[in-house]
Design a protein around this ligand. Structure first.
Ligand code: NAI
Length: 327
């Protein structure tokens, strides 16, 4: 057995938290041999519910689960954290403008970034799940100047997995026969799932499907899947989001397969015309515990237009939080 990893989960009493924590405690986050110390952060009103979940975790008698702390103290929650899963966020209330939403989330992700900067472990890695995920990640990263910016990421792996599943169904292949799919931009309805580099049985996926299907069905189905789940289930995606969060961290730590890549919201270095410093989704490989943007892909006109539109939305979100002094 290796030395334990300390994992902080915010919003632990929420629906994603409930779908996530048992899988973490059973050893699925980084691998089967690593003991885990869980730190659960909640707002004061939800601490009791998080403690209830902690009781259930205890009752599973997971051999790898070393400890569980429940707290409403942000600094304490990130003390010694190796992996931070930032799930808790402020949902959009009726009539709330985007600026108000970003400001409310700034009140959450700024102190969390500061606490990570002050208290987390040297090798801390952060995944922001709570929406608007890309810009919340940017806010947290902006307040953690001593942590390498690349350690802050936003989740687009659920979008990636949704796109894999849609394409596999369309082509009648297994998801494991698809390589090099990519989600670009913001985790929002403007995101762009790109099939122009995607390989299926040695062929490019964009050449295997009708252009109309790609434009009018595939792209909107992936981008609006979250709303379709709410419509069907009466609640937003939870188990699939938790699953994607685990995939994101597992890949980050253990790497992508040779010749393949995945998608993640990472800090832009200016690649593909995405302004430096934005946290945007890119095709990424993972090696030696680092996510790296895949270089040198040709971007056709169809893709360019869509990537630019989604990145423009991220620029606007960044400008709003800058105006509020949050980034
Ligand atoms: P939920 O409402 O069930 O749970 C959120 C929890 O966060 C609540 O228990 C709340 O008390 C807690 N919380 C709020 N502020 C907090 C703070 N400052 N510190 C700690 N905890 C805090 O929501 P759910 O379904 O678990 O979703 C969580 C977030 O994940 C939402 O923002 C949702 O939009 C987002 N999401 C992102 C996806 C992605 O692909 N990036 C996919 C699905 C959901």
């Amino acid at each position: 057995t290796r030395s334990p990893v300390t994992v902080t989960v915010t919003g632990a009493a929420g629906q994603i938290g409930y779908a996530l924590l048992f899988r973490l405690a059973s050893g699925q986050l980084v691998g089967p041999d690593t003991p885990i110390k869980l730190k659960l952060l909640e707002i004061p009103q939800a601490v009791k519910a998080a403690e209830g979940t902690a009781m259930e975790l205890t009752d599973c008698a997971f051999p790898l689960l070393h400890s569980i702390d429940v707290t409403d103290d942000t600094r304490e929650a990130f003390d010694g954290t190796n992996i931070g899963l930032l799930v808790g966020a402020r949902p959009r209330a009726k009539g709330m403008e985007r600026g108000d939403l970003l400001e409310a989330n700034g009140g959450i992700f700024k102190p969390q970034g500061e606490a990570i900067n002050a208290n987390a472990a040297e090798d801390v890695r952060v995944l922001v799940v709570g929406n608007p995920a890309n810009t919340n990640a940017l806010i947290a990263q902006s307040h953690a100047p001593d942590v390498p910016a690349e350690r802050f990421t936003a989740m687009t792996r659920l979008d990636h997995n949704r796109a894999l599943a849609q394409l596999a169904a369309k082509l009648g292949v297994g998801v494991d026969e698809i390589r090099r799919l990519a989600i670009w931009g913001n985790h929002s309805a403007t995101q762009y799932p790109d099939l122009f580099h995607t390989e299926v049985g040695g062929k490019i996926a964009a050449d295997l499907v009708e252009r109309d299907w790609m434009r009018d069905e595939f792209i909107p189905t992936v981008a609006k899947r979250g709303a379709a789940i709410i419509d069907a289930r009466g609640a937003s995606s939870a188990a699939s989001a938790a699953n994607a969060a685990i995939d994101h961290v597992y890949t980050w730590v253990n790497g992508t397969a040779e010749g393949d890549w995945t998608s993640a919201g990472v800090v832009s270095d200016g690649s593909y015309g995405v302004p430096e410093g934005l946290i945007s989704s890119f095709p990424v490989t993972a090696r030696n515990g680092r996510y790296e943007i895949v270089r040198g892909l040709d971007i056709d006109e169809f893709s360019r237009e869509r990537i630019d539109a989604s990145v423009q939305e991220l620029v606007e979100e960044r400008d709003t939080v800058r105006g509020l002094g949050l980034a």
